[in-house]
Design a protein around this ligand. Structure first.
Ligand SMILES: Cc1cc2nc3c(=O)[nH]c(=O)nc-3n(C[C@H](O)[C@H](O)[C@H](O)COP(=O)(O)OP(=O)(O)OC[C@H]3O[C@@H](n4cnc5c(N)ncnc54)[C@H](O)[C@@H]3O)c2cc1C
Length: 499
């Protein structure tokens, strides 16, 4: 008889606290006295030089740092280079295997699960992609397509689930796979076993940064520098520490005031939890649970005037994140197609050559709109960008420059450390006014945006340095008034006189 083995297949969930699949796998191995093995499958798409499937340069850098730290929690943790189905099939030849995995938003995930099930392997998927029910429907049994009613409908479920976070898993009573069994597995995979060290994982990763823009491949190294990851974090402990500090330091209480200001971003007043959430270093439930404890409030009423407005606004943002996952889960085509049918194949983007030239100026931060250029410098230097800046640069690229939002989405995919495929897609569709946003069209005026959100120009000065002085700054590649008129035509909107 084959020995039984419970496998925790880690994907984007590098944490011990509130980790449903890990919890289930460990419990099951304890209950059945089976051996337990956590593993990560390093697939080619994760290590190759383009950003296809969410693994841009920062993502590759991230896993090479995060995996060894996460692995330290376990007495055995394997990184196997290969494809998912083959890997599990090979282990199944020697062991009686049961696999436990957390649900993941990437559309490819479900294809993989289907293949695994078709091969008759035993796999359990924990519903960890969203906090709330991914099949939430309206009273008429339709999917929600607008954020506010969605939020109202899921709010209570969200805050209730946050109260039931799973405790940190205790691994001391767990019987890990023993030495001879590990040797058996290592013999199956031989060179496919990657040593659990940053330099070894990093050595597997391409350092290239190519992106596919329409039919053109662009090497980002020709245009922008590689980011400096000094201010990034890579572990569950760091994420937890950062968030606790955010609560204790009083920033959460004022989140509603802080979240939109670029001037405040110079001192860093948003939570920076996006990296932790995107990689599963921390769950949205845990964040909310910590807030509930800190404010001694369950936040059951989103309109309560006694609750902290900062906390309510923060929860609302976490529900935006849920909403984008919900939209993408129910319609994976959104990665390539406009949410609003009326815009599908209808917008006449700028001609390829002109679009490429504007796109390159945009990525280099040479558009002549200082607020846009500063934002593009922020992402170039840090692999992260403030939400207000993301909205501004998305609006300018699509509306002012007539560049297809899919190009912007791809660039962010390649350059963000907190890349979340659903939020990125939702953000780009929102920025291009083709997404789930009831407002017909938003054309941001970069000057007004700068005036409203960077009054004393501290953000622009920080990222543009010497180059920035209001009077002498390079001219915009297209004046906003002209760009705005063209955008209205492009989107087939009647010309209005408003600026
Ligand atoms: C064009 C565009 C692309 C984006 N791409 C991504 C992405 O790839 N990954 C990503 O995590 N976020 C993305 N966002 C959303 C948002 O910009 C970031 O979540 C936020 O800037 C992260 O900083 P923070 O953690 O300090 O946020 P905070 O302001 O502290 O917010 C807390 C958390 O709430 C969630 N959140 C906040 N704002 C939004 C929002 N507008 N949409 C969805 N969730 C939100 C995030 O999980 C965030 O970590 C994008 C927005 C736009 C407009």
């Amino acid at each position: 008889v084959k020995k039984t083995l419970k496998i925790y297949w880690s994907r984007r969930d590098f944490r011990l606290l509130d980790n449903p699949a890990l919890n289930w796998a460990v419990k099951e191995s304890q209950k059945t006295k089976s051996s337990f093995l956590p593993l990560f499958i390093l697939e080619d798409y994760m290590t190759c030089g383009n950003a296809q499937f969410q693994f841009g340069y920062p993502a590759r850098f991230f896993i090479s740092r995060a995996l060894p730290i996460f692995a330290e929690n376990f007495s055995e943790f394997l990184i196997i280079k290969g494809t998912v189905l083959k890997t599990f099939k090979k282990i199944t030849e020697k062991f009686d295997v049961e696999i436990f995995v957390n649900e993941d938003i990437h559309p490819d995930f479900y294809k993989q699960i289907k293949k695994i099930k078709e091969a008759n392997l035993k796999i359990h998927v924990s519903p960890d992609m969203m906090t709330v029910d991914k099949n939430t429907k309206t009273g008429q049994n339709n999917l929600y397509s607008v954020f506010t009613p969605f939020k109202k409908s899921v709010w209570l479920d969200f805050v209730n689930k946050a109260q039931k976070t799973l405790p940190k898993i205790n691994l001391t009573k767990t019987k890990f796979i023993d030495h001879s069994e590990i040797i058996t597995i290592k013999n199956i995979f031989k060179k496919q076993i990657i040593e659990n060290k940053t330099e070894k994982i990093w050595a597997q990763c391409s350092k290239k940064r190519t992106i596919l823009i329409g039919k053109n491949e662009i090497d980002l190294d020709d245009y922008v520098e590689k980011p400096d990851f000094t201010n990034c974090y890579f572990s569950e402990n760091e994420a937890l520490k950062l968030f606790k500090k955010y609560l204790k330091g009083g920033l959460m209480a004022d989140y509603n005031k802080n979240r939109n200001s670029l001037e405040d971003d110079v001192i860093g007043k948003t939570s920076k939890m996006s990296t932790g959430l995107a990689w599963g270093l921390i769950s949205a439930r845990t964040l909310t649970n910590l807030m509930q404890k800190h404010f001694n409030d369950k936040f059951e009423n989103p309109f309560s005037n006694r609750a902290s407005l900062g906390a309510l606004t923060f929860i609302s943002e976490l529900i935006w994140r849920e909403f984008y996952k919900y939209l993408l889960y129910h319609n994976p085509k959104l990665l390539k197609t406009e949410f609003q049918q009326k815009f599908r194949h209808k917008i006449k983007w700028a001609d390829n050559k002109i679009a490429i030239s504007r796109f390159l100026k945009w990525i280099k931060g040479e558009t002549g709109y200082p607020i846009v250029d500063a934002s593009m410098k922020q992402i170039e230097k840090t692999a992260w960008m403030h939400n207000r800046s993301r909205m501004i640069v998305a609006s300018i690229l699509t509306k002012n420059f007539g560049v297809d939002w899919r190009w912007g989405q791809e660039f962010f995919r390649a350059t963000l450390i907190d890349l979340d495929e659903a939020s990125n897609n939702g953000g780009w569709q929102w920025g291009a006014s083709v997404g789930a946003d009831p407002k017909p069209i938003r054309i941001f005026n970069p000057e007004l945006q700068a005036r409203n959100y960077d009054k004393n120009q501290q953000y622009q000065k920080k990222w543009l340095g010497q180059k920035f002085s209001k009077e002498k700054y390079i001219k915009p590649i297209i004046e906003h008034v002209v760009a705005r008129k063209r955008a209205l035509i492009r989107y087939n909107f009647k010309l209005q006189n408003k600026r």
